[in-house]
Write a protein that binds this ligand. Structure first.
Ligand SMILES: Nc1ncnc2c1ncn2[C@@H]1O[C@H](COP(=O)(O)OP(=O)(O)O)[C@@H](O)[C@H]1O
Ligand SMILES: [Mg+2]
Length: 226
């Protein structure tokens, strides 16, 4: 799926001032492959990712998935679209603490009406891909940081989303675990032939992507080959 932003702006309003974080950004993300978004802390990377995932709405401008303008959708339509087409991976895994690894991974399927039997079967094979077959029954609190993040990746990808948005997915991991998580993400990106958009501080991770886009101080995006 082709993700495009057009003249996108986002401002936050508080009592006495307006903070403009994103101003008039336009960009076409490639239909397949992995794109890194880099830029200094506070420049608006997470804000951009939230807009791309329709978790937040722009002040002005548009976000297109193919020809669909997602910011024009009603909120329930947008939520359904997101559940069907978009996978999210965050720095902190956001797994549900009272559910097992297997249940967490299966959830995107079970909530869309896939039978438990089928969903758990697919979830088990996703966990196997992540090297976590023997962790199915573990609760998130019983897993290491890297294991939790791999469960989160399995959950983000189980419904084969056309677009995956990741916000500092290796930011909380040691170097070696970050490498493993990075390899798994890129492997899955190639396998699913989808679009990965990954905000990262990790130079290594950025360099392994197909394209690097930097958010510049003062606004604008510059594109660089990794
Ligand atoms: N909900 C919000 N309300 C007001 N300001 C916000 C909000 N979210 C983010 N900001 C501000 O917007 C700027 C960009 O934040 P963010 O997108 O999180 O940056 P990054 O991810 O690049 O570090 C920061 O100055 C931050 O304080
Ligand atoms: Mg951020």
């Amino acid at each position: 799926m082709r993700v495009r932003i057009k003249n996108l702006s986002k401002s936050y309003q508080d009592a006495d001032r307006t903070l403009t974080v994103i101003q008039d950004l336009s960009f076409d993300f490639p239909e397949r492959g992995a794109v890194a978004i880099i830029g200094r802390s506070g420049i608006g990377k997470s804000t951009l990712l939230h807009l791309l995932g329709a978790l937040d709405t722009p002040s002005t401008g548009d976000i297109f998935y193919d020809e669909k303008r997602i910011n024009a959708m009603a909120s329930d339509e947008r939520a359904a679209f997101r559940a069907r087409h978009v996978g999210f991976i965050f720095q902190f895994h956001h797994l549900l603490p009272e559910f097992s690894a297997l249940e967490n991974v299966a959830m995107p399927l079970t909530i869309t009406g896939v039978s438990d039997e089928e969903a758990y079967g697919v979830a088990a094979s996703m966990l196997e891909r992540m090297g976590l077959s023997n962790r199915e029954r573990h609760l998130p609190s019983q897993l290491s940081g890297g294991e939790q993040q791999r469960v989160a990746i399995a959950r983000a990808l189980i419904a084969k989303p056309r677009v995956v948005l990741a916000d500092e997915p290796t930011g909380n991991l040691d170097v070696e675990t970050a490498m493993r998580v990075q390899e798994l993400m890129l492997e899955m990106n190639r396998e699913l032939q989808n679009t990965f958009i990954v905000v990262t501080h990790n130079q290594e991770l950025a360099r392994s992507m197909d394209l690097v886009v930097e958010m510049m101080p003062g606004g604008g995006l510059t594109q660089q080959q990794p």
